[in-house]
Structures are given as structure tokens and as C-alpha cells.
Design a protein around this ligand. Sequence first.
Ligand code: COA
Length: 286
Amino acid sequence: MTDLPPTTHLVALTVEGAQATLTLSRPDKFNALNVAMINELIELLEWTADRSAGRKDALHDAKGNPYFRTLVLAGEGRHFCAGADINMMRDAGANTPEENRADSERLDRLFHGLWSHPCFTVGAVQGVALGGGAGLVACCDYVVATSNVRIALSEGKLGILPAVIGPYVYRRLGSATFRRLAMMASRVEAEEALRIGFVERIVEGVEDLNEAVKAVVDEVLTTGPSAVTLAKELTLGFDRWNDDDIALRDWTLDFTSRMRGSNEGQEGLSSFLEKRPPNWKPDPEA
Ligand code: COA
């Protein structure tokens, strides 16, 4: 990328080819999400989304710099994320209803920005992911966690609710599991996290996270970037569908024909018939 990313202090951005990695960097507070950190995350999610291959419908810019195709979210230190900053939430309680709402809207923008990000998103999670941290996990497309992972919708223990993260956790886990975890507010360990679909893969320790993330990223890079982005749009459409079944089927037909006729669809279908790799597949020799 040629243009400079936003300056941030609590979230580090690293760029490696078509991959952007965002690392929560407030390890002394176990990466608890305060206002500054939430704002930085929102800014970086928007900055990377605007430079994604899916949104640009191109693999690289005019100078040959790759657009983003994968986004990794990690946390520095012992824990991935201890959730929303409890000081921030307590102070918000003394604010006006309007200020309180603005606070929640900021959180909503963060979770929705991650959930609907045009890149394939991978969470690399160690230690705890509590409250808002569990929300970040739920928003990722694929999550690799270490065997010491503990995820909780812990809000209930503080007398508050996992409401802003609710839609994303609900979509990931389903109704019964979401409400059980919201009511019990207890910690889910590795085996259960895998079984209920909160995470996709468990590795032994933090030193194994990178390799597991790389394996997923390598796989996703062989999928067309617009197919990745539009698969998410398709899912968002299903999530929000409030029309009848005929209209839904009609909508899927539009999607299908649009993709077949697209540059990417034509490239994918032709490359298969011509027995060559599609232009989005990384060259293993490069
Ligand atoms: N917001 C603000 N500060 C937090 C925090 C949060 N969500 N989670 C941890 N911290 C702070 C602690 O207050 C402490 O600060 P201090 O060093 O100034 O006293 C520091 O991080 C270390 O936490 P501590 O509790 O001493 O460490 P621990 O190893 O015993 O436990 C946790 C770590 C993360 C398990 C524990 O801090 C915890 O349960 N935090 C609450 C998480 C939560 O409920 N989040 C959901 C919010 S909706």
C-alpha cells in the first residue's frame, strides 16, 4: 500500500502483501477496549476495508500494490481481550442517556465493522476473551485459539447485558446457546468452544498460532476475493431477510448470474477449463 494508514497507539497494524494484521496492544489491561482503542479499531477496520480486493474488485492498485484479502485480529500479551473497559462502562452509567447511547453506538460500529469486513477475517486468540472480547471472536470468519482459551459472555456477572455483541454471537452459536451463555455468563473452555462453534481450531500454545493462521490464510487465497466478499454479503442478506421465500430465491438468482458474468467469475471458469491457475491464486514459486 502506498497511502499511509491512520496513526494509532493501542492497535498495531502490520501489512504483509494482501494480509493486514491488527494487534490489540494494551497488554497491561489485557487489551480491555477503552474509547481510544475502540476508535482506533474502527478506523483501521474502515481503512483496510476501503483497500480490500473484494471492495475494489481488483487484486492490486495501479502501482501493483496488493489490495487486502485477509485480516487477522490478534491480542498482545497473556490474554486476547478482557472485554470493554469496565471503568469506561461505569463512567458511562453517570452520563446522559444520549452520551450513553453514543458510547454503545461506537461499540456497535466496531462489531458491525468486523462482522461485515470485506476480507476473510481470522481471530488468533490466547487466554481470555470476555464480554466485548467474546464479541470480537464471534465476528471473525475463522478463529484459532490456544488450549488455555476461556471465552465468556461475562456481562451478566457485572449486572449488564451482552446486547451490542448479541447479534453476532447469536448468529455464530444459535439461539439456545447464546441465551444459555448470556444467562450463565460462565467461561467456556477449549473443548466446549470447539464443540459449540465459538472457535474453529485449537492449538497447543501461542507459538502455534501463527502457523495455524497461515494455513487458513493460504487456503483462502485460493478462493476468488470477490467470492469471499460476496459470500459475506449473501450471508448478511440471509441474516436480515424479512421478505417472503419467493423474493429470497429471486435474490439468490441475481447473485448467481451477477457472479457468473463478473471478471472474477469469467477468470475462474476459464482458468479451470484452460487447466491453469486463476489469476488470484498466489504463485508458489514467487
Ligand atoms: N476493564 C478495565 N480494566 C481491566 C479489565 C477490563 N475489562 N480487565 C482487567 N482489567 C485490569 C484490572 O483492573 C487490572 O488493573 P490494575 O493492574 O490497574 O489493577 C489489570 O487489568 C489486571 O487484571 P487482574 O484482574 O489483576 O488480573 P488477573 O490475572 O487476576 O485476571 C482477568 C485477569 C482478565 C481474568 C480479570 O481481570 C477479569 O475477569 N476482568 C474482567 C473482564 C470482564 O468481565 N470483562 C467483560 C466486560 S463486559
